[in-house]
Design a protein around this ligand. Sequence first.
Ligand code: GLY
Length: 411
Amino acid sequence: MKLSNLALAICLVLTTAAQAQTKRTDLSLSYSFIQGKLKDAAQQISTLIAATPPDKFPKTFENGQQKFSNSSWWCSGFYPGTLLYLYEGTKNDTLLTLATDKLKPLAKEQFNKGTHDLGFMLFCSFGNALRLTGDSASYKDILLTGAESLASRYHDRQKAIKSWDWGSWEYAVIIDNMMNLEFLTQATKISKDKKYKDIAVQHANTTIKNHFRKDYSAYHVIDYNKETGAVSRKKNHQGAFDESAWSRGQGWALYGYTMMYRETGEKQFLKQAQHIASYILKHPQLPADLVPYWDFDKEKVPATSKMYKNKDLRDVSAAALYASALLELSQYTTGKEAKGYLGAAETLIKNLSGDPYLAQDGENGGYILKHSVGALPLDSEIDVPLTYADYYYVEALIRYQRLLAGKSIID
Ligand code: GLY
């Protein structure tokens, strides 16, 4: 066979393989595009793998320096979770081994009753490990002990899981806490004990009641009275000011209510997710590439504020979260609305997968995405890569890959 004929034959085989994977006609990103991005991400993370000490967890790469945490930091589950998603996407067994090795120093957090972040820490990691390996002997007890630790933070007076135990907060509940509820609904599936899911539903109901403004933007923190359970303060800890809409907070809300609709079939959770999506997608401050500024109200930051010089920064972590959540929301809605969510998710995936957001091979400390903002008012993690931005970006790629293969978005 002549070389040009051989090339043509290979091309035909590859095209047929890709077409066999593409069962849906409404998707604009191709199988080879998504596969290519997963492969590139696995290549990129090898730099971070090489830099990560055995007992530490990646946080960020700042001023040319790697920053790691111990297992008790809220982000410790994202790195093993990302490795697991990349294993799922590439079928590279080395990634599975690296991920499961990383679970060992994380396992002790199952006993941690001092934080609400156990969903991020244990479900993104051990939850994905159980889903992908089916190894209940290794993971089931850890997950259930962790869920019990999380459930211990629920109190009937506030009808919500307490987020923080520090500072002058009485009983702080943050919008981010919506993300930890999936851990509880899964614990009910594993244990057949409905108490975990009941807590999740109650927390989500309380959050609908107290966390949202009339326009469906969310406050970051609701502080409840310790004795009476009444709302005592509505605040923004990581947003620009108390009445602003912190972009990642809106993402936690969007993802949280979409997921809670999946887990319960409760129509009011779907409606809430639709309202939040509409707030985000119709916001006049949302840039054309859909990667949000770190706060939707950044224009109201006064020139005298220390935040002012950085007020125009984007937050890629929020964008990655929106991409994954909107992809899922598109599956629970119909017609023009579903098409809108799917189109927005595709735009986000496409834009995050290139300049200026995607890191070049070997740069950015081995993190996949650049340009996230941790907490501008706290002067922390400003315009840096963040482990959770990578996690939700890779999750969006995996979800899209499943849709291309004609599967449901979630296992
Ligand atoms: N959960 C903290 C954050 O979103 O930065």
